[in-house]
Design a protein around this ligand. Structure first.
Ligand SMILES: Nc1ncnc2c1ncn2[C@@H]1O[C@H](COP(=O)(O)OP(=O)(O)OP(=O)(O)O)[C@@H](O)[C@H]1O
Ligand SMILES: [Mg+2]
Length: 299
């Protein structure tokens, strides 16, 4: 794939061979998807001293797909995303993002991706417009294009009316939409969203879902997202992986995973089946703590 100096193109079928232990339906689902793989994870591993947070992961995500990563607290989801976005060096293995190798061409990878971190990151002392302007400068967007692209991004995220307001006056849902706008300003081909709708009320959540779905429809963006919200995963994702103790316990389409667990199974049942954990394990307390920290920081 062009643009990062890697030699030769990636063969999707080679990537598929890494997954066969995860179930036959996966191959079929992947073969039906369009184009090459946007993400190929190759024996990716991260240790923190004796803890193996991400343990020799192998999987791929088709170009244009929305891939959901589920798993209990501490499963390794954010660690995986931090490695895939070049923020954290792997202990072993590598990955290719839009055809560019993470270790060989980290700058090329950074140009092709957008990232929304698990913790809210917009600056409360700046307006929405100013936050976007910082992103535009960081991404090296030409001065002549900045105002137009920022206006488009605000419009796209349905924030045009509040672009001039300080972000500390935004609701949680507005902040999350602004952060997604920041991450997609340079039209990345792959977007990493770490818990995009955490702490949002149902209608704010729906608004974020709509924008994520629209990103895919309008720009063909490949999205890898984590979530603790099974309805969100069911609604948005073509493929879902259940991560547990640093490995993928299951990976398939939501429908196939549910069928695997039982005739009436929901994604909640799938989660419990493959992790033995309950959905709310620590979640509410953690979300409340996060919201508090964010409110303090932005306030
Ligand atoms: N910088 C670090 N130093 C040491 N241990 C870490 C570090 N970052 C993560 N860990 C550990 O790695 C494991 C995986 O953490 P990670 O944040 O990736 O989990 P997660 O699946 O994103 O969880 P959550 O759903 O709570 O966000 C946890 O045991 C965590 O304590
Ligand atoms: Mg996390």
């Amino acid at each position: 794939m062009a643009g990062c100096g890697s030699r030769g193109s990636v063969c999707p079928r080679d990537a598929l061979s890494h997954q066969t232990h995860l179930g036959g339906r996966l191959d079929e689902a992947m073969q039906n998807s369009l184009g090459a793989n946007a993400i190929e994870v190759l024996s990716l591993t991260r240790r923190f001293n004796s803890l193996v947070a991400v343990d020799h992961l192998n999987f791929s995500c088709a170009s244009g797909a929305t891939f959901g990563l589920l798993g209990p607290n501490g499963a390794g989801k954010s660690t995986l995303i931090k490695m895939l976005t070049t923020l954290l060096p792997p202990s072993e293995g590598t990955a290719k993002i839009a055809g560019c190798d993470l270790l060989q061409h980290p700058e090329a990878v950074r140009r092709k991706i957008g990232y929304v971190s698990q913790m809210l990151s917009a600056d409360g002392d700046l307006t929405g417009y100013e936050n976007l302007l910082i992103s535009a400068k960081l991404y090296g967007m030409p001065r002549s294009e900045r105002a137009r692209r920022i206006a488009q991004a605000l419009e796209f995220m349905e924030l045009a009316q509040v672009g001039g307001k300080l972000v500390r006056q935004y609701s949680g849902g507005m902040i999350r939409r602004l952060e997604i706008a920041q991450s997609m300003l340079h039209r990345p081909s792959v977007l990493f969203l770490d818990e995009p709708s955490v702490g949002l009320d149902p209608s704010a959540k729906r608004a974020v879902w709509e924008r994520i779905a629209e990103l895919r429809r309008e720009f063909g963006t490949t999205i890898l997202m984590t979530t603790h919200d099974m309805e969100e995963a069911d609604h948005l994702c073509d493929m879902v992986a259940v991560m547990h103790h640093g490995i993928l316990a299951a990976m398939d389409t939501p429908a196939a995973l549910k069928a695997q667990v039982g005739p009436e199974a929901t994604l909640d049942d799938v989660f419990i089946h493959f992790t033995g954990a309950t959905i709310s394990e620590g979640g509410e307390l953690r979300d409340a703590a996060r919201t508090r920290i964010t409110a303090q920081r932005l306030g």
